[in-house]
Write a protein that binds this ligand. Structure first.
Ligand SMILES: NC(=O)c1ccc[n+]([C@@H]2O[C@H](COP(=O)([O-])OP(=O)(O)OC[C@H]3O[C@@H](n4cnc5c(N)ncnc54)[C@H](OP(=O)(O)O)[C@@H]3O)[C@@H](O)[C@H]2O)c1
Length: 319
C-alpha cells in the first residue's frame, strides 16, 4: 500500500475498456420499472426538497409509502409535506438538518435510531457540487462531508437497528462521477488542503469514498437481510450546483441543462432498487439506473476501503 493512497500502477492494470464501453451503453438505457406498491412502508430520504430527491419522494408516496425527509430548508419542507400528504394521503414527516454539520448529522441519526418501527428503505440522496473549496464549521471539506461523511455517520449509527430489523434497503445516490477520481482516494488529503481543488475531482473523490465504505457496510450486513447498494441516477436536470458562481450557473443553464434527461428516470430507478423483488438479495453493487455495472477499479479496493472505514469513524466522531 503506497503511503499517500495513490495506487496508479495497480489501478492502471485493472482498467478495462469493456467496462468503459458498458458504461457508455448503459448511459443510453432506460430504467426498469417496478409496478409493485409499497403501502404502509417507511422510506427515509435525504435532500427531498429539490431535484432527484423531490421526484423520488413523490414516487414512493404515490405507491403508498410513508416518508421521513431529511432536509435543511423549513419552508420547502413544509410545502413538500403539504403537497405529498394532500396528493397521496400518506404521512410525510421531516427532520430539519444541515448535513454539513457533524452535530446535526449525529442528531438526525439518533432521531432515526429511536423510531420504534422498521425503516424499510433509507435513501442517501442529498448532495452538493462546488467549484470552489469550502470548509464546514467543523473544518471538513464540504463536498466530502455532505456527499460522503454524513451518509457514513448515519449508516454507522443505524447499522445495528438495521440488523435487528432483519430486512432493510440502503440506497446511495452515487454517480458515474466517481470515475473522476481515476487514480484513487488520497487518504492523506481527504480535505484537499495539499492539492489544487477542482469541483469534479472533489465530487469524484467523495462519491468514490461512498462506494468504498459501501463495501465494508455490505460485508457487515452479510446474510442479515439488509442490503446496501449504490446507483448512478442518470445525467438529469435538477438544481445541482446552484451554490456556485455566475459563470457556472450560466454554463449549467445554457449548455449543460440542454443535454440532461428528466429526473423522472432517477425516480423510477430508485423505486425499482428499493422495491423490486428482482434485486432483493443483491448488496454491495453499483447500478447505472437499474443496470448492474462494474465501477472504476479504485472503487473495488477493499484494502483502501478498510483504511477509510477507520478514518471515517475518527472524522465522524463515532468512537
Ligand atoms: N443531477 C444529476 O445529473 C446527478 C448525476 C449523478 C449524481 N447525482 C446525485 O444526485 C443527488 C441529488 O442531486 P440533485 O441533482 O437532485 O441536486 P439538487 O437539485 O441540488 O438537490 C440536492 C438536494 O440536497 C439537499 N442538500 C444540499 N446540501 C445539503 C445540506 N448541507 N444539508 C441538507 N441537505 C442538503 C438540497 O437541499 P436544498 O433544497 O435546501 O438546496 C436538495 O434537496 C446528489 O447526491 C448528486 O450528487 C445527480
Amino acid at each position: 500500500m503506497e503511503i499517500n493512497g495513490i495506487r496508479f500502477k495497480k489501478y492502471f492494470k485493472e482498467y478495462e475498456w469493456s467496462n468503459v464501453f458498458a458504461m457508455l451503453k448503459n448511459n443510453r438505457r432506460n430504467p426498469l420499472i417496478c409496478k409493485d406498491d409499497f403501502k404502509g412502508k417507511l422510506v427515509v430520504i435525504s435532500g427531498a426538497t429539490s431535484g432527484i430527491g423531490y421526484v423520488v419522494a413523490k414516487k414512493y408516496a404515490s405507491m403508498g409509502a410513508n416518508l421521513i425527509c431529511i432536509n435543511r430548508n423549513q419552508q420547502k419542507s413544509k410545502d413538500l409535506q403539504q403537497e405529498i400528504e394532500k396528493e397521496y394521503k400518506v404521512e410525510c414527516n421531516y427532520i430539519l438538518a444541515d448535513l454539513s454539520s457533524l452535530k446535526e448529522v449525529h442528531r438526525v441519526a439518533n432521531t432515526l435510531l429511536e423510531i420504534p418501527i422498521p425503516i424499510d428503505v433509507l435513501i442517501h440522496n442529498a448532495g452538493v457540487f462546488l467549484t470552489k473549496r469550502e470548509l464546514t464549521s467543523d473544518g471538513i471539506e464540504k463536498v466530502f462531508m455532505v456527499q460522503y461523511l454524513s451518509s457514513f455517520i448515519i449508516n454507522y449509527i443505524l447499522k445495528d437497528k438495521f440488523k435487528k430489523q432483519q430486512k432493510a434497503k440502503i440506497i446511495l445516490v452515487n454517480s458515474e462521477g466517481h470515475r473522476f477520481a481515476a487514480w484513487g482516494l488520497r487518504l492523506d488529503d481527504l480535505y484537499w488542503s495539499k492539492r489544487k481543488y477542482s469541483g469534479l475531482k472533489s465530487y469524484g473523490s467523495a462519491k468514490l469514498a461512498q462506494l468504498l465504505a459501501m463495501l465494508c457496510f455490505s460485508e457487515y450486513f452479510n446474510d442479515s437481510g439488509v442490503t446496501i447498494n449504490a446507483m448512478h441516477p442518470g445525467a438529469v436536470k435538477t438544481d445541482t450546483g446552484h451554490e456556485n458562481g455566475k459563470l457556472y450557473k450560466w454554463y449549467k443553464k445554457n449548455i449543460l441543462d440542454k443535454t440532461l434527461k428528466p429526473s423522472s428516470i432517477s425516480a423510477e430507478a430508485i423505486y425499482y432498487l428499493g422495491v423490486s423483488k428482482d434485486v432483493e438479495t443483491l448488496s454491495g453493487k453499483f447500478f447505472n439506473l437499474t443496470t448492474l455495472e462494474t465501477p472504476a477499479p479504485p472503487a473495488l479496493d477493499l484494502e483502501v476501503a478498510k483504511l477509510l472505514w477507520g478514518i471515517s469513524i475518527k472524522l465522524g466522531k463515532l468512537n
